[in-house]
Design a protein around this ligand. Structure first.
Ligand code: PPE
Length: 307
């Protein structure tokens, strides 16, 4: 069943889902000239609440800056448009996809004569890596594909065309019977998953690669670091070698879509006990307690859709 909702926010107005269309000569379709975000809203006792909307929209604007896309809306206008899109579609928990892209004018690599279009879609989207992924964990492989090298792309920006790299590793993993891939950077250090950041637990401490290992600095990653420190867990941002994965006590992915997903094996080697580890569970429970409004929003991360 295709994902859908009733209304799409498109260039400042709501259009019926089935009418939200572009021309096949849109520049983005040929060259990947787009920037996007993935944001979740959670169902809370006070209705839907968008998680870290401001940080997502700031990253969106910064990605656009790197791609040389001039956005015709401010961060505040985009935030309001997200809230309006959820309300207009009567959604509760949902996944929100803002996208800015170069539309149709002409072919040619420097597409800056092509008009900028902006859409915001919101759809229901359950667990990203399978029904039981959050509790049981996922089986992953180290991809044969590497993340792009420094200076060949912009890992810190969420640019559409860059995601062909992620697709290569995701498709390879799925074809070989794994849920997801871990991708190494060009020097052989662990970068991230095809669409998630990664954390490792060793001797009670939490490790994650720094931005210099070709990662997208995820907003969930930042939330995990904050919550772990709240819980008194030491967090170390340092390069991680492949063998450290196999020797880890616990491993987990985090991302907007993946939320906090334990990794139970890498290359068929069980990690730790081979199921969700205690620190992973502790951070996961803290994360969901806050996102779902069961614990006070002590970091000001929730934006309620209903005032
Ligand atoms: N790394 C990559 C490469 C990535 O795509 C994401 C998000 C992250 C890390 C985590 O970032 P954050 O969401 O800010 O915590 N991936 C998005 C797209 C997933 C998709 O399949 O589409 C997401 O999780 O929304």
């Amino acid at each position: 069943m295709p994902m859908r909702a009733d209304w799409m926010w498109m260039d400042g107005e709501f259009v019926p889902w089935d009418e939200a269309k572009v021309h096949v000569f849109a520049h983005a379709l040929h060259y990947g000239t787009s920037v996007f975000e993935g944001i979740r809203a959670y169902a809370t006792p006070r209705g839907p609440a968008v998680f870290r909307l401001h940080e997502h929209m700031v990253r969106f604007v910064n990605s656009a800056r790197v791609m040389r896309i001039d956005l015709p809306y401010s961060v505040e206008e985009l935030e309001q448009a997200v809230v309006d899109t959820i309300a207009k579609n009567n959604l509760d928990a949902c996944y929100i996809r803002p996208l800015a892209f170069r539309g149709y004018d002409r072919l040619g690599l420097d597409g800056r004569s092509c008009p900028v279009q902006v859409i915001i879609g919101a759809v229901p989207w359950g667990t990203y890596l399978g029904e039981e992924a959050l509790t049981k964990g996922v089986d992953v492989m180290v991809s044969t594909w590497r993340r792009y090298a420094p200076g060949t792309a912009a890992p810190g920006a969420k640019i559409g065309g860059q995601y062909v790299n992620s697709q290569f590793s995701a498709m390879e993993a799925h074809d070989l019977g794994y849920n997801e891939a871990i991708v190494l950077d060009v020097y052989g250090y662990v970068a991230e998953g095809s669409g998630e950041n990664i954390f490792l637990v060793k001797d009670g401490k939490l490790y994650t690669p720094p931005p210099s290992n070709s990662i997208l600095a995820g907003i969930t990653r930042d939330s995990v670091i904050t919550l772990a420190r709240d819980l008194g867990i030491e967090v170390i941002e340092a390069p991680i070698s492949r063998d450290m994965l196999y020797r880890a006590d616990e491993l987990f992915f985090c991302g907007t879509a993946a939320e906090i997903t334990p990794i139970r094996s890498v290359d068929r080697i069980p990690i730790g006990s081979g199921s969700r580890g205690p620190i992973t569970q502790q951070i996961q429970e803290e994360f969901f307690a806050i996102t779902k409004g069961h614990k006070p929003d002590r970091h000001g991360w929730l934006r309620y859709v209903r005032a």
